[in-house]
Design a binder for this molecule. Sequence first.
Ligand code: S3P
Length: 163
Amino acid sequence: MNNIILCGFMGSGKTVVGRELAKIMGRRFVDTDELVEKKQGIPIKAIFEAYGEDRFRDLEHEVCAETAKLKNCIISTGGGAVTFDRNVEALKRGGKIVFLDTDFETICERIGTSTNRPLFQDREKAKALFDERQEKYARAADMSVDGNMSARKTALTISQMMK
Ligand code: S3P
């Protein structure tokens, strides 16, 4: 309970902002993607390749339900997590969801040429997914914050909003 859960598109800054926020607030940081990788013992890209997206989504759901039960943590979710009602329901029981609202241009700059995201291999397809998901993030979240600022500024803004 009382967790702060960060959601938003790939590259919106969830992990960096989450780490910064955890430092500022003196809380533990947890990343659902990292926990999924630990559960399966291989990187996310390899989970998609070997078992498919459905298997990844099931693992992600298990992890969301488990992390929601933690107390006073900063939880960074994978970009698809809150686009599924079952995850939103589980996460909302554990705390407040904050949407990192970051422009697609900023996201592309941050992701650069990295190829470890199975759903961000092609810029046009990623833009279509981004457009489709924006309203889902906004609907799932209790509050939104501008994710285009530096990680430090975004984290400070969230910590102020929580007071
Ligand atoms: C995904 C985002 C990724 C990871 C997986 C699927 C998505 O996390 O969970 O590749 O569906 O948007 P990040 O948002 O941390 O890149």
